[in-house]
Design a protein around this ligand. Structure first.
Ligand SMILES: Cc1cc2nc3c(=O)[nH]c(=O)nc-3n(C[C@H](O)[C@H](O)[C@H](O)COP(=O)(O)OP(=O)(O)OC[C@H]3O[C@@H](n4cnc5c(N)ncnc54)[C@H](O)[C@@H]3O)c2cc1C
Length: 265
């Protein structure tokens, strides 16, 4: 079973800072990591490879530094990493990102399964996985918590929904996005780290991919960011505290009076 795992390079969450003047993320000097939720996709792929054989290929679209996350994926056990990078891809929204990644996967060749993370911790749209499936016209299941079985033609997965879960049988090739419950990501091994150090990462760009130039980057992105603002943190207001039964009753009265005055209840 040949599995492709799209992974994203994201800023380490604890380091994210916004420029208050421009409203954009300060990326310079910020440490980047594999999108934490993509580690679950990598782990799922590695477990399926251990059970059924085949290969696991990690793929990322980003600047040249994104090669770092591919090496991390190889250190965890992925066979190969592919970097999709070109200045022409800059400014891509989720539509153009998923188009470009789908084209890169087409160039990669035959695969049985694509496993994406649930969402990226920075962009947070959860659109890229489903977008890739749509561009490739293959079956999709999101929020997968368990891969129940895999055979030559299909796979059966358990998908989390609000009321419980759904069991879905899908024909291969297919795409799933996975939730944390599916597996516990393994740590990179020393052997893996050594292999990652010397691994050659193929570069896919606008020249060597079969892409429509009008569908790439900012030009191919229908979403336009009109304004970005960081919400102001206000610590004003009145603190109502209560320590005994009597003061609790009085605090509740005060809160209710406040809510009623604002017509919130
Ligand atoms: C108008 C506009 C302009 C933008 N310009 C830029 C820009 O110039 N530079 C920039 O860095 N971002 C830019 N972005 C953000 C960029 O489009 C998103 O970060 C990107 O499309 C991924 O979306 P997401 O972060 O919401 O990922 P999600 O959809 O939440 O990610 C879900 C899953 O998809 C996969 N995935 C997501 N992104 C990638 C990737 N790049 N490579 C491999 N797998 C991936 C992972 O498996 C991930 O877990 C722009 C967005 C908009 C709307």
């Amino acid at each position: 079973m040949n599995i492709v795992v799209p992974i994203k390079q994201v800023p380490e969450t604890s380091n994210v800072k916004m420029n208050p003047e421009t409203g954009t993320m300060i990326r310079a000097g910020v440490e980047t990591v594999v999108n934490p939720l993509d580690l679950y996709a990598i782990e799922t792929a590695l477990q399926l490879k251990e059970q059924h054989g085949g290969t696991v290929t990690a793929i990322t679209m980003g600047p040249s530094q994104a090669e770092k996350v591919l090496k991390e994926a190889i250190a965890m056990g992925c066979d190969e990493g592919i970097l999709v990078s070109d200045r022409k891809f800059g400014g891509s929204d989720t539509w153009a990102t998923s188009y470009t990644l789908a084209k890169a996967i087409e160039k990669f060749g035959t695969f049985d399964l694509i496993i994406a993370g649930e969402r990226a911790t920075d962009g947070d749209t959860a659109q890229v996985g489903p977008g890739i499936a749509a561009w490739l016209n293959i079956p999709l299941a999101t929020y997968v918590a368990r891969v129940e079985s895999v055979d030559d033609r299909s796979l059966t997965v358990e998908r989390l929904v609000e009321e419980g879960y759904q069991i879905i049988e899908m024909e291969k090739p297919a795409l799933i996005t996975v939730v944390k419950a599916i597996a516990s990501p393994r740590l990179p091994t020393l052997r893996g780290k050594k292999r990652a150090k010397t691994a050659t990462i193929p570069l896919y760009n606008a020249e060597n991919m079969d892409v429509d130039p009008a569908s790439l980057g900012l030009r191919g992105s229908p979403t336009k960011v009109v304004k970005i603002a960081t919400p102001k943190v206000t610590r004003g207001g009145t603190v109502v505290s209560a320590t005994d039964e009597q003061s609790v009753a009085s605090a509740v009265e005060q809160l209710m009076a406040f809510l009623e005055s604002r017509e919130l209840v």
